[in-house]
Design a protein around this ligand. Structure first.
Ligand code: SF4
Ligand code: SF4
Length: 292
């Protein structure tokens, strides 16, 4: 079973357009939407939720006001300044609290308990393309890297159970903890970039992350014909970095039409972008056969 992660370094490059099309093109696969802060693969795949699970991304201190005598020992030891006195009452600022438990340890009245905070959900769903594992992080939810790991682990379990050939992962944007969690253990990282200065810069940073973790990396330049000079600069950079540009997808109104109709572009029409993405899927499979 091969894990393919589609990443971008920044949002809005067409990563989900590619991942959604791969869902349509690949046989025997499980999809994983690891863009948990802004999950949108479901818009293209129309899942029916079969399993729903709560996600706890951290712990917080809670003070039992009936036990608290107001001695402020907890305030003195909290290095995150998460305990405050408000109108003569000792309270925890849940945003600042890191759940370290030091306050609980020093409280002479056993007035503090540390509770798990539920700040998201993850799901196993059915789609007409096969299973989808996805998630929703709550508002101001923390620890999206941990939620990405939960999504990936469960996608792997579903894939193993169903003898799937591929896990196709729609990765998060950026280069932070969620991206690192999404590329770990992948057989190939497909970076979808666009020929803009910010797209190039973010591509370079995410290539650095993938290289650091030793993941085979290839690049797709989306809407390449909107700026041929920048496209050439991306190709030159990739050549110098020993990374293959496996696809150049042209700007194509059919992509927008497909998004409006909430369907993968490869199913919408036989447009130029659709043909190139079909070809890209073949190339990714060839690269997987090639190994490192
Ligand atoms: S240490 Fe315990 S008793 Fe003292 S202020 Fe904090 S919660 Fe209240
Ligand atoms: S759990 Fe840690 S961070 Fe939270 S209030 Fe207590 S000492 Fe501060």
């Amino acid at each position: 079973m091969k894990q393919i992660v589609v990443i971008s370094g920044k949002g809005g490059t067409g990563k989900t357009v590619v991942a959604g099309s791969f869902a349509s093109l690949a046989n025997q696969k499980v999809m994983a939407d690891c863009d948990v802060d802004a999950a949108d693969l479901y818009l293209l795949l129309h899942p029916t939720i079969k399993e729903k699970h709560k996600f706890s991304g951290g712990k917080k201190a809670v003070i039992d006001k009936d036990r608290c005598t107001g001695c402020k020992k907890c305030m003195e030891v909290c290095r995150f300044e998460a305990i405050k006195e408000i109108r003569s009452q000792i309270v925890v600022d849940a945003i600042s609290c890191e759940g370290c438990g030091v306050c609980k340890y020093v409280c002479p009245e056993q007035a503090i308990r540390i509770e798990e905070v539920v700040n998201g959900e993850w799901y196993i769903s059915d789609t007409k393309y096969g299973p989808l594992v996805h998630a929703k992080l709550g508002i101001a939810g923390e620890n999206s890297g941990k939620l990405v790991t939960v999504v990936k682990q469960n996608a792997k379990l579903v894939a193993e159970k169903g003898n799937a050939d591929y896990i196709i992962i729609d990765g998060p944007p950026g280069i932070g903890c969620p991206v690192i969690a999404s590329i770990g253990g992948a057989d190939i990282a497909l970076i979808v970039t666009e020929p803009t200065l910010s797209g190039m810069h973010d591509m370079e940073r995410v290539i650095g992350v993938a290289k650091h973790f030793g993941i085979k990396t290839v690049v797709c330049i989306n809407k390449y014909d909107l700026n041929l000079k920048n496209t050439q600069a991306i190709e030159e950079y990739c050549q110098k970095s020993n990374i293959k540009v496996v696809s150049k997808v042209p700007f194509d109104k059919a992509v927008i039409e497909a998004l409006v109709k909430e369907m993968p572009v490869v199913e919408h029409s036989d447009s130029s972008a659709s043909k190139e993405i079909k070809d890209l899927w073949d190339k990714v499979q060839e690269e997987l056969k090639d190994g490192k």
